[in-house]
Write a protein that binds this ligand. Sequence first.
Ligand SMILES: CC(C)(COP(=O)(O)OP(=O)(O)OC[C@H]1O[C@@H](n2cnc3c(N)ncnc32)[C@H](O)[C@@H]1OP(=O)(O)O)[C@@H](O)C(=O)NCCC(=O)NCCS
Length: 185
Amino acid sequence: MWKKFKAFLLKIKTNSYVYISHEAQIKGRTYRLRLMQESDIKEVLAVERDVYFGEVPWTRSNFLLELRNPLKHLYLVITDNEKVIGFAGSRVRRENCHITNIAVASTHQNQGIGTYLLNEVKKYGKEMNAKELSLEVRMSNKNAQRLYRRFGFVSEKVLKGYYTEIKDDGLRMVYALKEEEHASN
Ligand SMILES: CC(C)(COP(=O)(O)OP(=O)(O)OC[C@H]1O[C@@H](n2cnc3c(N)ncnc32)[C@H](O)[C@@H]1OP(=O)(O)O)[C@@H](O)C(=O)NCCC(=O)NCCS
């Protein structure tokens, strides 16, 4: 209760989002959610290497730039026994909350963690008065597309040749936050 009140006061003072670290029960296991720190980047890159077969689509400097970005942003990690096993990043510009990156270590996939992370970003987007969540996904990444569709994202546009290095098209997907609020009213 005190934590929430403190966060509320801080929010008024700084006019920014205060993410409250917390434990989460996902499929009967306890994890911890917290803001990504620069000191987490090494472990975040290890998750990337794990899921992208040794590649790191985002380098250390990409993450550093994001964490230091003056635009409103939220970068989260999820830990299992203090080991980073997943992360999600997003930034807000005007009424758009863009999901820049999300990954869950292969040992922990298909257990609801990706969905949990998306929900945390969704709460953030709503709090920031965004009207939509958006993201780009590789056309060939059917697993991720399935997760997004299940979550409620819809395809908006095919981005021809979007991923130049891996020679793949991109798919822009969006999730309307306002519509959902109206629907639930
Ligand atoms: C895409 C990704 C983040 C999804 O993470 P995840 O933690 O496996 O996601 P979830 O577990 O929430 O959902 C995945 C599947 O598990 C199922 N699932 C969700 N909760 C579950 C639970 N409690 N028990 C069993 N299965 C569950 C979902 O129904 C979903 O099934 P589907 O594939 O038939 O839709 C992960 O696969 C990943 O890191 N991929 C590599 C990186 C990547 O592609 N990132 C996206 C870039 S755009």
